[in-house]
Design a protein around this ligand. Structure first.
Ligand code: SER
Length: 424
């Protein structure tokens, strides 16, 4: 099933359950001091959950552009090195604003996955919140009971506050959650070890696909938890992961969402995907980051030297550095990925098409200037490393790193990264 059909099926299913389909909010947040980027589908509904705004409809569903690169939810370091984390990703969500609660959320998630999409029931696991004494919240028996209709006891697992109590940041609406995980390992592997032992253990084939959050509380900035006037449902399903499951791939990057980008990177750099681990990581990093960069610019956030703009600049530079180091790229090429990205995502997100020229220009200029900085900085650092190797310790003086940054514009985090990759 193609990714665009999966998205549509989700909308159609929740429309049939009386949900209104609403558009994604921008990925760049301009009106919330606690957040730079949309990190979850629920951000745009925060005021509704808090009781400060009336919802337009009690049930809605959407596909939300999310970015997890800063603050409480930050997946940047995993991206590219594994095959299922992203900086920007789409989150499919259904929402109840003071309307249905746990039972319907769980029933419909199950019906959609196993009925509409025919996902193998035997491979699914659900987690429920085990409770937390310091917050005075008990185990989520209600969710556990709902799951018992569908899953045997051994596939309903307790989860702690880190995994099963969802909060968007240090403060804001929150509540216990029930995650759905899927075990995608081979039959043989599954016989050797039960999937229940691998849920939430960073196994690349036993992954979370959907999080059902039962929003009941507000976390105040003092840390105190207060009950909200109404109970709400906030679900978020990783669209890229779901497509990977349905397209029977072992990596999100092999789905029709990413593969065309990987192929274009391979063709522009003349490097084969699969030829080396470093090259593959670099291609995945670039395929991931180009989406973040393009969508951020389309949403009005240009790369710059501070705040959200700096986050985007660093992501762009990270892509350039991987291309430079592992794919031998010496000339700007990232904007050459844009037509492919527009092919893949432009129908669902027309802002990519309407902002194409701007996105292309900004990426090209940023890349060109950073490539110059990189070439100078890396050559200098290589010299410094060679000098240092004559001595006893593999340590570069902080002053040197500062000088590289201050005089040559070579970012400190890159110096750190290059040295730490050498084990220094
Ligand atoms: N807010 C939850 C999450 O982001 C579910 O949408 O995981």
């Amino acid at each position: 099933m193609r990714a665009s059909e999966v998205r549509q099926k989700f909308f159609d299913f929740f429309k049939s359950k009386e949900h209104v389909i609403v558009p994604s909010a921008p990925m760049v947040v301009k009106n919330d001091p606690t957040l730079m980027f949309t990190n979850a589908g629920m951000n745009q509904f925060k005021d509704i959950f808090l009781g400060n705004r009336e919802p337009a409809a009690p049930r809605v569903a959407d596909a939300q552009k999310c970015l997890r690169v800063s603050g409480k939810h930050n997946d940047l370091e995993e991206v590219g090195h594994d095959t299922y984390h992203h900086t920007m990703f789409e989150m499919l969500g259904n929402w109840s604003f003071g309307d249905y609660f746990k039972k319907e959320a769980i029933d419909w998630a199950w019906e959609f996955l196993t009925g509409e999409l025919n996902v193998d029931k035997e491979r699914l696991y659900a987690t429920v919140f085990e409770g937390d004494a310091s917050d005075g919240v008990e185990r989520d028996e209600e969710a556990a009971q709902c799951w018992q209709q569908y899953l045997p006891e051994e596939r309903i697992l307790n989860g702690n506050k880190k995994d099963n109590f969802w909060e968007m940041g240090e403060s804001g609406p929150c509540g216990p959650c029930s995650e759905i995980h899927i075990d995608l390992r081979s039959e043989e592997e599954r016989l050797k070890k039960g999937g229940h032992e691998l849920v939430n253990k960073d196994h690349p084939e036993v992954i979370e696909i959907w999080n059902l959050v039962f929003i009941q509380y507000n976390r105040k900035s003092s840390g105190e938890l207060t009950s909200l006037p109404q109970k709400h449902v906030d679900t978020g399903m990783g669209f890229e992961r779901l497509c990977r499951v349905l397209q029977k791939k072992s990596s999100n990057y092999d789905t029709d969402i990413f593969l065309p980008l990987i192929q274009q990177i391979a063709s522009l750099t003349n490097v084969k995907y699969g030829a080396s681990n470093d090259g593959d990581v670099a291609m995945r990093v670039i395929a991931d980051h180009i989406r973040t960069i393009a969508f951020s610019i389309a949403d009005g956030q240009l790369p710059s030297n501070n705040k959200a703009g700096y986050v985007i600049r660093r992501i762009l530079r990270r892509a350039v550095r991987y291309a430079y180091t592992f794919l031998n790229v010496r000339k700007p090429f990232l904007s050459g990925l844009l037509p492919v990205l527009i092919d893949v995502m432009g129908d669902a997100y027309p802002e990519l098409k309407s902002q194409k020229e701007l996105i292309q220009k900004v990426i090209h200029e940023e890349e060109e200037s950073f490539l110059k900085t990189l070439a100078t900085g890396i050559a200098l650092l290589d010299k410094i490393i060679a000098e240092t190797l004559k001595g006893e310790y593999k340590v570069v003086d902080g002053k040197v790193a500062f000088e590289l940054y201050d005089t040559f514009g070579f970012p400190l985090d890159l110096t750190e990264l290059i040295l730490s990759e050498k084990g220094w």
